[in-house]
Ligand binder design. Structure first.
Ligand code: NAD
Length: 279
């Protein structure tokens, strides 16, 4: 039977580490504060923001919540970000995406101070990641590296195949695997013969956004599979980009959905906030 890569357990471990660091900072009179901005009424975004606030409460990080109406102008949002950039009490600024279409997401990302960019999306931080310099790493791919390391999966020298090239998952994932000395292939919607490429993978990361797309035909026997996708099925249950039941008998380790990558993203956000306060 495959090893289950347990994101619930590992994310709890990381949050406990953050909690201890925050408590040590508090003992020295230093607080940690995350500002969370939500624009509009997107129900999924509200759930994500709620989960981030809960994680803040657990770790002892103070959270400032800005829930703005969907009609908020780009100028107003940028004004709030500038105010939070200048506020010494605030260590991290998180803008929940997606934003309403009249707001330019790139402008918003670029407006956040790189020193408070706990999502790791600012070009200064993505550039630092590419160069192997210190900076905030994007939470989902950084969480996947932690999942692999803390599950004793060796990355060095392994054939790593990433499916998806988005700025928040696929691209940074491939850079972080490369930083761990993996031999990395990035695949996407225009890749020819995706199955053959995936079958080379010792470590396969699926970030496609299509429910149960990856079945056993994409898998090399004994591979490690990380499933980033999150989808709500008609029966109300969650599933990933990987057809878990079909793939599991063929792999040495696999992350489930739910309970795999999902909880890691928030845990890494908490870690980035603690890092920011310590910096
Ligand atoms: P995206 O839509 O921005 O990117 C999807 C990528 O998949 C694209 O680069 C595209 O080229 C590739 N793709 C699409 N169809 C393909 C095909 N047929 N063959 C090969 N490649 C194909 O999505 P994203 O933001 O990167 O998210 C991917 C998934 O991960 C989604 O299900 C999303 O909900 C989930 N996600 C989860 C977390 C988490 O915390 N667990 C965080 C971010 C995203």
């Amino acid at each position: 039977m495959a090893q289950l890569i347990d994101g619930k357990r590992i994310s709890a471990e990381i949050k406990d580490e953050v909690k201890a660091r925050v408590s040590a900072m508090k003992a020295e009179g230093k607080s940690v504060c995350l500002a969370v901005i939500l624009v509009g009424e997107d129900p999924a975004s509200k759930v994500y923001v709620g989960n981030k606030k809960k994680a803040c409460e657990y770790t002892g990080i103070e959270s400032l919540s800005y829930e703005l109406p969907a009609e908020t102008t780009e100028e107003e949002l940028l004004g709030l970000i500038h105010k939070l950039n200048a506020d010494d009490k605030v260590n991290g600024i998180l803008v929940q995406f997606p934003l309403p279409i009249h707001i330019d997401a790139k402008k918003v990302i670029n407006a956040i101070s790189p020193l408070k960019d706990v999502d790791g999306f600012h070009p200064v931080n993505t550039g630092a990641m590419l160069n192997g310099d210190a900076g905030f790493l994007p939470c989902t791919p950084a969480g996947i590296i932690e999942l692999l390391k803390r599950s004793d999966v060796d990355i060095e020298g392994k054939e790593c195949v990433v499916i998806g090239r988005s700025n928040i998952v696929g691209k940074p994932m491939s850079v972080l695997l490369l930083r761990e000395n993996g031999t990395v292939t990035i695949t996407h919607s225009r890749t020819k013969d995706l199955k053959e490429v995936c079958k080379r993978a010792d470590i396969l990361v699926a970030a496609i956004g299509r429910p149960k797309f990856i079945n056993s035909e994409y898998i090399k026997e004994g591979a490690v599979v990380i499933d980033v996708g999150i989808h709500r099925m008609e029966n109300g249950k969650l599933c990933g980009d990987v057809d878990f039941d079909d793939v599991e008998p063929h792999v040495s380790a696999i992350s489930p959905v739910p309970g795999g990558v999902g909880p890691m993203t928030i845990a890494m956000l908490m870690k980035n906030c603690a890092d920011s306060a310590e910096m």
